[in-house]
Design a protein. Structure first.
Lengths: 180, 382
């Protein structure tokens, strides 16, 4: 059993600059910020290393940080923000070891204009659907993903990514008025 | 392999090709609206592509527009067969984020409700599984017993399926004066009924022929695919969040974690996944019995905060739902509504391994394998 700080030190020694920061402010769960293009190697190490043995990916979720420049539209009613420029989207990984009973949380941020993260499907198979969900709802592209399609939204949905903070409903979808 | 397809093609010059068969979305044994695209070679499954999302209403987007307590009725509607447990998990996550201590009576009530819900949910799973495979009578027997649990819920909070009962910091009502007596009566009557279910379905020769050795899920595959709950335990791993990541007052009770042993076939086959649920119901009965003996007096609404405004931060909390690991990932920006709620739905993750289980089996086995995983589409699609 290792604490999040121990794991951070191990990863920092091994990967250097790809592991960016360790945050541990209460009541926040401690988490490690990593590079989006190196996350697959870090996860593979977490999975294979005999001291870490993180064999299970509990959860993977996309988050819109909405930390870019917010441009408000003049006719704002319900939705105040119409466009967010710049900033980042994030992916959070909640990983645990069922054998050694420790947990680790990774966070990686990627620019909103070109959100790209390397897939961890090769490490944990269950990441495939989680990543498809993050792609579907946030538009985060997972590089090298075997089957990156929409999963929850209709396959022909072309009005953007619903969980982004600046998402706006289309007026019509296939001839049907959307806010009924 | 003289009669293999390649050889027949060579000899006769007749070309064969794969057939694609759509199963669902209105197929009764898909337990909701799930479409399976079966790629077949004759009657053998080569691959399955599940198409989900027919019930998608973007629960997570709704949450961002609600205050924290307003989210609770929405969590009911995810896994509508285990609503109590969804509320339980959500309330627990927000309480941990805010640092609320819950009165002991509330914890006991939650555990009792959660375990009753587990029995009710498993009864639906087992009953419909029998019905899928062709045994219709056990279905009615299971629903008869489930009805009594729903009655217990109804006298507690007024609703039979979607309760809005477990609130952040407490529960909405105290127990009904008759609740303890009726629960005791239910447990007394239910034990013989379980034996009856075993005689009728579990040890039925036809049922065993249909399910034993079918759709075997090896343990390492299960872990790599993130499978949790009864499906993981059926593959032989003693992993239950009530013991392995303890929450609430589960540590005060004496109960076992049943695991699959391959009693009728191989460990991790459909029969194991079925029978683990029967045994879990027995363990749940033990927990409820102990809890209604020990339950302390007290006020159940005293810790409910007037205004739910957690500090900035993020938390991942998980509970052992009847279907597996139900996780809530909540990010708070310090306001009264959540910034982000992500639900790690157990059915969503369990469903992902399903194509792996079916490869090489017949079309008729797809129904048996799907039923043994016990999915709820309301939770997969959210």
């Amino acid at each position: 059993m290792k604490t999040a700080e121990d794991i951070f030190k191990i990863l920092k020694d091994k990967f250097g600059d790809a592991v960016l920061e360790f945050k541990n402010d209460k009541p926040v769960d401690p988490f490690i910020i990593v590079d989006p293009l190196e996350v697959d190697k870090i996860c593979l190490f977490l999975h294979d290393d005999s001291d870490l043995l993180c064999d299970s990916l509990m959860n993977l979720s996309g988050v819109d940080d909405a930390n870019g420049e917010k441009i408000k539209s003049a006719t704002s009613g319900e939705h105040e923000i119409s466009i967010i420029n710049g900033g980042t989207l994030s992916v959070w990984y909640h990983i645990e070891s069922t054998k050694l009973k420790h947990k680790v949380t990774l966070k990686t941020s990627t620019p909103r204009e070109k959100p790209e993260v390397v897939t961890v499907t090769d490490v944990w198979k269950c990441a495939a659907w989680h990543e498809r969900e993050a792609f579907d709802l946030y538009g985060i592209v997972f590089l090298n993903h075997p089957d990156l399609r929409r999963i929850l939204m209709p396959y022909d949905w072309e009005f953007g990514f619903p969980l982004r903070k600046d998402y706006k409903n289309p007026e019509f979808y296939q001839g049907m008025k959307v806010p009924y | 392999m003289a009669n293999s397809i390649e050889n027949i093609e060579l000899k006769t010059g007749i070309r064969t090709e794969d057939m694609v068969l759509n199963m669902g979305p209105q197929h009764p044994s898909t337990h909701g609206v799930l479409r399976l695209e079966l790629q077949l070679e004759g009657e053998i499954i080569k691959n399955i592509i599940p198409h989900i999302g027919y019930l998608h209403r973007c629960f997570e987007k709704h949450c961002e527009a609600m205050t924290y307590p307003q989210v609770i009725p929405y969590t009911d509607r995810m896994d509508y067969l285990a609503s109590m447990y969804n509320e339980f998990g959500y309330a627990l996550a927000v309480e941990r984020l805010m640092g609320i201590e819950v009165p002991e009576r509330v914890e006991y009530i939650r555990v009792i409700m959660g375990e009753l819900q587990r029995i009710a949910s498993h009864l639906v799973a087992l009953g419909t599984y029998g019905a899928d495979i062709g045994a219709f009578t056990p279905f009615l027997f299971c629903f008869r017993d489930r009805e009594r649990i729903l009655h217990l819920f109804e006298i507690t909070c007024g609703a039979r399926l979607l309760y809005n009962y477990i609130w952040i910091g407490g529960v909405s009502h105290d127990l009904h004066p008759d609740f303890i007596r009726l629960t005791r009566e239910f447990i007394k009557d239910f034990r013989p009924n379980l034996k009856e279910l075993n005689d009728l379905l579990s040890y039925n020769r036809i049922f065993i022929e249909r399910t034993a050795n079918v759709g075997v899920l090896p343990l390492d595959t299960a872990i790599n695919y993130g499978v949790s709950g009864p499906n993981l335990r059926a593959s032989g791993m003693k992993w239950d969040l009530r013991k392995d990541d303890p929450y609430s007052v589960y540590h005060k009770f004496d109960y076992n974690i049943p695991i699959g042993t391959g009693e009728r076939g191989k460990t991790g086959d459909c029969w194991d996944r079925y029978f683990i649920r029967v045994r879990e119901m027995e363990e749940s009965l033990k927990i409820i019995e102990q809890a209604i003996e020990q339950i302390p007096d007290g006020d159940v609404t005293s810790a409910i905060p007037k205004r739910v405004k957690p500090p900035e931060g993020q938390i991942y909390t998980r509970v052992e739902n009847p279907r597996g690991e139900l996780g809530y990932f909540i990010i708070s920006d310090g306001s009264t509504s959540p910034y982000r709620v992500k639900v790690r739905a157990p059915s969503f993750v369990n469903m992902e391994v399903f194509p792996e289980l079916c490869k090489g089996w017949m079309v008729a086995d797809v129904v048996a394998i799907l039923g043994s995983i016990d999915i709820v589409l309301g939770e997969i699609d959210r």
